[in-house]
Design a protein around this ligand. Structure first.
Ligand SMILES: C[S@@+](CC[C@H](N)C(=O)[O-])C[C@H]1O[C@@H](n2cnc3c(N)ncnc32)[C@H](O)[C@@H]1O
Length: 335
């Protein structure tokens, strides 16, 4: 089979369009249903696992076989065990566990359900509406937080501060993972996360899990309306500007300027739209579609974001790509 693919005989869209869909749903279902954690405890046959978890026997076996086919489980003498890949990523206690991101991907499946209609007709969608149910906010913030934890230490390291930072404001910081990473890096630093109330409920729990509640606090509010406070040494605008219109982004940068002490650093970290010419990589193209599907928005070009930072009065602008990631980190200093 893989040989057929390698020589270009197997239609590649079949792999991505059909198997990609099956693999994605099997992985999500495997985590949602606790299959990986259960098999990490002890290998089992399909009927035993179904009986232990109280699931349908035929459905359980079908899922196990799919996960076996996609390389996440091994099967020998009817017993299923985790493959190396599954042990590395798919259990709750794995070092870089993908269990929580899978919960977020489950939410995103629903958002993509009417994609064709949305592209045909456009229309508004407010993904981050504070009235969405608690389960949405749990999946969203825990999933984002777990994904952010992979890059947060490197992003934190890349942010320049004039002196020793004491207070940072993490606007739309939700899960608090970037704040926590920054606090771990800078002794004595305290962070305030501003986000919608249901996001702060989850963020507080996640930060408590990490034993960082004395360093990271949460304030609930709509960032467009709320007072941000003042005298901060840093303001983080992480994965945030793509949620808002250009006018709102300008207003957000102006608020960041007002919230900073002289010499303070603003840090924008976001997907950057590749303006003209040339190919876009899968991460960049995928983000564009995701932002449209969930928010009706898009990633902005790096030059546009830099213009907003400069127009708000910041100097000493720098752009970096921590870990070589497609997201750009733009920093500027308040005079
Ligand atoms: C894409 S997430 C980014 C979260 C985090 N900064 C990160 O980089 O992973 C956007 C965050 O902004 C928050 N948000 C969106 N609109 C907001 C608003 N008007 N007021 C407060 N928070 C908002 C969302 O709840 C969410 O936590």
């Amino acid at each position: 089979m893989w040989l057929l693919e390698a020589i270009g005989v197997l239609p590649e869209p079949l792999l991505v369009g059909f198997w990609g869909m099956e693999a994605s749903r099997a992985l999500i279902a495997g985590t949602e249903l606790g299959i990986f954690d259960a098999l990490a405890e002890k290998p089992r046959t399909a009927p035993d696992l179904a009986a232990d978890l109280g699931y349908d026997a035929i459905g359980t076996e079908a899922l196990l076989n799919a996960l076996n086919g996609f390389g996440y489980l091994r099967r020998a003498d009817g017993q299923y065990t985790l493959s190396r890949r599954a042990r590395r990523w798919m259990t709750s206690d794995a070092r870089f566990s993908m269990v929580r991101p899978m919960g977020l991907y489950r939410v995103l499946w629903d958002e993509f359900g009417d994609l064709e209609d949305r592209i045909r007709h456009g229309g508004e969608r407010d993904f981050h509406h504070p009235d969405r149910d608690a389960e949405f906010w749990r999946r969203y913030e825990t999933g984002l937080g777990a994904a952010a934890a992979l890059t947060a230490p490197s992003v934190a390291k890349a942010i320049p501060f004039a002196g020793t930072p004491r207070r940072v404001l993490d606007v739309g910081g939700g899960h608090g993972a970037f704040s926590a990473a920054l606090c771990r890096r800078h002794e004595g630093l305290r962070a305030t996360v501003l986000d919608f109330e249901p996001a702060t409920v989850i963020g507080r729990e996640l930060i408590a899990e990490q034993g960082m509640s004395d360093r990271v606090e949460f304030v609930a509010g709509d960032l467009l309306e709320a007072e941000w406070g003042e005298g901060f040494d840093g303001v983080l605008l992480f994965n945030l500007l793509h949620v808002f219109s250009p006018k709102q982004c300008e207003a957000i940068l102006a608020k960041a300027h007002d919230a900073l002490a002289p010499g303070g650093t603003v840090a924008v970290y976001d997907a950057a739209h590749k303006e003209t010419g040339g190919n876009i990589n899968a991460v960049g193209g995928g983000s564009e579609l995701l932002f449209y599907a969930i928010n009706n928005t898009r990633a902005y070009p790096e030059a546009t974001m830099r213009d907003w930072v400069a127009s708000a009065g910041f100097a000493d602008l720098r752009s970096k790509h921590p870990l070589g990631m497609p997201e750009v980190l733009i920093t500027g200093r308040r005079a």
